[in-house]
Design a protein around this ligand. Structure first.
Ligand SMILES: Cc1cc2nc3c(=O)[nH]c(=O)nc-3n(C[C@H](O)[C@H](O)[C@H](O)COP(=O)(O)OP(=O)(O)OC[C@H]3O[C@@H](n4cnc5c(N)ncnc54)[C@H](O)[C@@H]3O)c2cc1C
Length: 440
């Protein structure tokens, strides 16, 4: 004996985040003994910061196109045994009331900590914290039915099933360094390159700093090698070197893959997406006429006649700082009177208005894993059977962000993590109980 704890148990779960804690719940249902090993000093650290501290747990609108995978595998079919409805019922039965805003589901108290506490409470007594498990510390079974052996500095643990729920690469402070990929590779799995998703788009665009701090409704279209790859609408946040906010997050996975594949990447922002082309054409024509650009602009109330400025041309359409950024990108000065513009400057007025609908932003990449909410890429779903069991190593189960599934903003990533975790834990329980069904 070397002083380490010797433990023999049915199931070991590696990772105490959303997926791992729900795996403990799923395994518990079968009556199997399970230990959860968490790298940090506490479990569920990331859950506390989800949804800006409110935890957007799931969404009442649940469609296949809310998720992305590297292959053609359906995500929702995988969750047919325990999906978002069962997830909500699970928390409500555990005493956590929920409510929704436009379909986005949160705990009734709007406190992410309530969800974290509930998950940890359910797994209490079966958690070992401060236990970062490395690939070199795991011995996989050499023959069917042989145990897994996990040897850390503190303990040597034998188990019949192993659930890997180590998350992706998003946030070292949340314990996510991508360890799970190495463990899965050791078991024979491949890894689709992990890239950051749901993260700001970085740009070197000059003049963006003029609008830094502005939040405005808009739509973003993201192009890879000149082809439209993704689009999203909502509140955009402009920073001095980045475009952030939910629409930027939603399209960012495509920017990550563009960088990975060394493709050119650009975005176009429409700051007035709610206007139809007819409505916009009317406004555009009236403004240009009033500015003295086109014929019939001699009305005494026109911008031209009343001494209006470049800024007045766009006044009331978008945030003045956005208009100013657009004007400066054309070399126009906000304060300059329309009647004092040179012929060349006057020629730029239609372009200034057009920029409000199509503002080009060169994208040099994303803000990376430390600012990303989720990892795209990971272990391909076609290497996992329909009970979240490994096709490479019997007795190994995988769940959560570690797998090659990522979702849109809106509760889809926690839904995937928690539901896949529960199902993987339940299947591991069935595996060790020898029912052979691995099903719920
Ligand atoms: C700021 C932020 C806000 C978010 N908001 C939302 C939201 O509102 N709604 C939503 O649906 N999604 C949200 N997400 C995404 C969501 O939190 C994740 O997709 C989800 O938590 C993934 O769950 P997981 O259990 O697979 O991984 P994680 O939650 O990352 O948990 C993995 C766990 O494994 C542990 N671990 C890692 N390696 C080892 C190892 N070698 N040994 C032992 N333990 C290890 C880690 O310490 C960690 O505790 C947000 C993410 C972030 C960063």
């Amino acid at each position: 004996m070397d002083g380490r704890k010797m433990i023999t148990t049915d199931i070991v779960i590696i990772g105490g985040g959303a997926a791992g804690l729900m795996a403990a719940a799923g395994a518990g249902k079968s009556g199997a003994g399970a230990f959860l090993m968490e790298a940090l000093d506490e479990c569920a650290k990331k859950i506390h910061v989800t949804g800006n501290g409110r935890c957007n747990l799931t969404n009442l609108h649940m469609e296949e196109d809310c998720f992305f995978t590297g292959g053609k595998e359906g995500v929702l079919e995988r969750l047919s045994g325990f999906g978002h409805r069962e997830l909500m019922a699970y928390f409500e039965e555990a005493g956590v009331l929920l409510h929704d805003r436009n379909g986005y589901v949160y705990p009734r108290t709007d406190q992410a900590a309530v969800i974290a506490r509930c998950l940890v409470r359910k797994a209490k007594g079966r958690i070992l914290t401060g236990q970062r498990v490395l690939p070199s510390e795991i011995t996989f079974p050499e023959a069917p039915g042989a145990p897994f052996l996990i040897e850390t500095k503190d303990a040597a643990i034998r188990c019949r099933a192993l659930v890997l729920a180590t998350g992706g690469r998003c946030g070292q402070s949340f314990g996510c360094r991508g360890d799970g990929y190495g463990i899965a590779e050791k078991a024979g799995h491949t890894v689709r390159t992990a890239v950051p998703a749901l993260t700001p788009l970085m740009t070197d665009l000059p003049y963006l700093s003029i609008a830094a701090g502005v939040r405005a409704g808009g739509a973003i279209r993201l192009y890879r090698s000149g082809r439209l790859a993704a689009s999203a609408e909502g509140e955009i946040q402009l920073l001095s070197d980045a475009v952030s906010g939910i629409p930027a997050f939603q399209v960012s996975r495509e920017a990550s893959y563009a960088v990975l594949n060394k493709e050119t990447c650009s975005a176009v922002i429409d700051f007035l997406p709610e206007l139809s082309s007819e409505e916009w054409e009317k406004i555009r024509t009236e403004r240009l006429s009033s500015a003295g650009y086109s014929e019939g602009s001699s009305s005494p109330e026109s911008l031209f006649m009343t001494g209006g400025t470049v800024a007045d041309l766009t006044d009331g359409l978008v945030h003045p700082k956005i208009a100013s950024m657009a004007a400066r990108s054309l070399g126009l000065v906000d304060e300059k009177k329309l009647r004092n513009l040179s012929k060349e400057q006057k020629e730029l007025l239609p372009k200034l208005l057009d920029l409000l609908r199509e503002f080009p932003v060169p994208v040099r990449g994303t803000a990376g894993f430390e600012k990303a909410q989720v990892t795209a890429g990971g272990i391909p779903l076609d290497e996992i059977n329909r009970h979240f069991g490994s096709e490479k190593c019997p007795g190994l189960f995988l769940a959560g962000e570690l797998l090659d599934v990522d979702g849109l903003c809106g509760g889809y990533n926690l839904t995937w993590a928690m539901c896949s975790g529960y199902l993987a834990g339940a299947a591991a329980g069935a595996f060790v109980s020898g029912s052979g069904k691995e099903a719920l």
